[in-house]
Write a protein that binds this ligand. Structure first.
Ligand code: FHN
Length: 595
């Protein structure tokens, strides 16, 4: 008792003297200015490489002649229920003699990436560095090098930040509380306090051996074994080792699933949407990063050839930046230590686009527009000047680019790809700006138009309106969602998903300038037959939706006729038909005048 009392008095006295051992300091109490300074490089970077690499790269998704179910190759131990002794047979096979850190870093840098996040330890618990705390790490393989050391040196030489992904969940360690049945771990009971000490010891190795680390990217926090309190403690522990390090929100329990953003009691410095891009930004001071695969897996799979196009990847990067977020794009190197050629090809194409357009991405702020029919917008402000970067995905065939709601005329307008910066003509019309642009663009992926203003922007956005031929096109991004459904982006296609409750509704507001009767059509995806109901004023229209094969396979359907008898603003609401409801994904609606 006297010893404890003496220690308490010592700590109390030291605290009074202003001494705060770093490991006890509460780093969550920093000022907004301190946080902004610490995250400055991250908000400038906008674009990073995710690397999932470990023992799982050796089987590449195949075990005993069978391929694992669709999904991450890095989950093979779990999806194929591989007992630890069998999985351990991969250790003597892991010998990536073709690994070349400088080559990996060069590929990332040439693509325009500013940081690299690599799996120091994934869920299988296997350490990609020579740990003193376990043999379940790379020192037990024939590969007697330290890839994290080599990556640290290569990143430093190239001016990229090195960051570590580290899984809280550990399928191998006997003290991790949520043990797997197929592990047949029977010796003693798991002890999470002991496991946390082990995890802290490994994190200390990682944060004291390889120099300044940009981000500690935690993951695997979702199981019962982990708690908010342990997350706060781990956040402070990591920051005590490197006070300027950034820690994502998966150190705690606050994130809302794959949407990735904190839903209240969270800890960590930024949100982590996964395989999706939020519908909108989150306002100043909210930092986030969407992590995505290039195909369907994080860790290498020899059977996954479902590659996104370079166009989709570049537009995802632009979409993230236009909403104030970062894009963390994944590669899964092979067991031999090579980044797959299909990944390299896409990163080279992204690099070509970034070479011309990087100033429209790095250090930019979110779009001031709620939506733009042809693409996205990013901005920069320096003192008296505001710059808008218009990212045109759908190039106007008539050479007239309409910017709805932009009411002041730019001091300068030019194509970012035009080294001579020849001026583009800009003219104000009733509710926006019309720019005269070349009839053909030089870059089908996305072309950037630069607008420079000396005075503050004047933006007055109107709702959606009828096109010249009377058609009204309503996209998923322009809808107001009521309930649990969400806007999601898959392979560059925005759609409304997660419509599990028929009472949830989708609403579009638009202006009718030419009244009449309209054929109601749309692009829908469903796994089972279902029905939706359109409601405008007193009118209702039921639309039957047949199965389209999957939630990603959209069919264009014509569903009937609605009348809009008068000019003015209209609200069209779509609900599910309760009886026999099955979720339906919606990409867009169309209203075409009928005689
Ligand atoms: O289970 C992991 C998965 O393997 C991968 O690491 C992703 C990347 O963020 N995170 C978890 C799934 O949400």
């Amino acid at each position: 008792m006297n010893g404890t009392r003496g220690l308490f008095i010592l700590v109390f006295v030291l605290a009074q003297l202003g001494f705060t051992a770093a490991s006890q300091r509460d780093f969550t109490k920093e000022t907004p200015e301190q946080r902004a300074k610490r995250l400055e490089w991250f908000n400038e970077a906008r674009f990073g490489m995710f690397i999932h690499w470990g023992l799982y790269a050796v089987p590449g998704g195949e075990w005993n002649g069978k391929f694992a179910p669709p999904g991450g190759g890095e989950w093979i131990m779990e999806t194929m229920k591989i007992p630890i002794p069998d999985y351990a047979q991969l250790v003597p096979q892991f010998n990536p003699v073709q690994f070349d850190a400088h080559k990996w870093v060069r590929i990332a840098k040439d693509a325009g990436m500013k940081y690299i996040v690599i799996t120091s330890k994934h869920h299988d618990g296997f350490g990609l560095w020579r740990s003193d705390l376990t043999d379940w790490c790379i020192k037990s393989t024939p590969f007697q090098r330290d890839p994290l050391r080599e990556l640290a040196d290569a990143c430093r030489a190239a001016g990229l930040k090195l960051c570590f992904y580290h899984s809280i969940m550990d399928w191998h360690h006997p003290d991790y509380a949520n043990r797997r049945k197929y592990h047949h771990l029977t010796d003693g009971q798991p002890d999470m306090d002991r496991y946390v000490e082990y995890m802290k010891g490994q994190l200390k190795e990682l944060l004291t051996r390889y120099g300044p680390i940009g981000i500690l990217w935690f993951d695997g926090e979702w199981e019962k074994a982990w708690t908010h309190e342990r997350g706060v403690d781990l956040y402070n522990y990591v920051r005590s080792l490197q006070p300027d390090i950034i820690v994502n929100n998966r150190v705690g329990k606050g994130r809302a699933g794959m949407a990735g953003m904190d839903q209240g009691q969270g800890v960590g410095d930024y949100g982590t949407p996964e395989q999706e891009i939020p519908a909108t930004g989150f306002g100043p001071g909210v930092t986030w990063e969407s992590c995505m695969t290039m195909n369907g897996t994080w860790g290498y799979r020899k059977d996954d050839h479902d590659w996104k196009s370079a166009t989709v990847l570049v537009r995802n990067l632009i979409d993230c930046a236009s909403k104030g977020g970062n894009y963390l794009l994944n590669v899964g190197p092979t067991g031999a230590g090579l980044i797959p050629e299909s990944s390299v090809e896409r990163l080279i194409a992204m690099g070509h686009w970034m070479k011309v357009n990087r100033e429209s991405i790095y250090g930019t702020k979110p779009s001031p527009f709620k939506r733009l029919p042809w693409g996205r917008c990013t901005t920069k402000s320096t003192g008296r000047e505001t710059t808008l970067y218009l990212h045109i995905f759908d190039w106007p065939k008539d050479g007239k680019l309409f910017v709805p709601g932009l009411l002041n005329v730019p001091r300068r307008a030019y194509l970012l790809s035009d080294t001579r910066k020849l001026p583009l003509t800009a003219a104000s019309i009733e509710d926006g700006l019309v720019l005269s642009v070349p009839l053909v663009t030089s870059n089908a992926i996305s072309t950037t138009v630069v607008l420079k203003f000396r005075e503050p922007l004047w933006i007055q956005e109107h709702g959606l309106a009828q096109a010249a031929d009377g058609t009204i096109m309503l996209s998923a991004a322009e809808a107001t969602l009521h309930g649990g459904l969400r806007l999601e982006t898959h392979s560059g296609v925005e759609n409304i998903g997660y419509w599990t409750n028929p009472q949830d509704s989708v609403e579009w507001e638009f202006k009718v300038t030419r009244p009449g009767r309209f054929e109601v059509g749309g692009s829908f995806a469903a796994e089972s037959a279902s029905a939706i109901e359109f409601r405008v004023g007193q009118q209702t229209l039921r639309g039957n939706i047949g199965p389209t094969g999957s939630y990603r396979q959209f069919h264009d359907l014509s569903l009937g006729v609605l009348e809009f008898p008068a000019r003015g603003k209209v609200s069209l609401t779509v609900r599910g038909v309760k009886s026999g409801w099955q979720p339906v994904n919606v990409k867009s609606l169309s209203l075409r005048p009928v005689q």
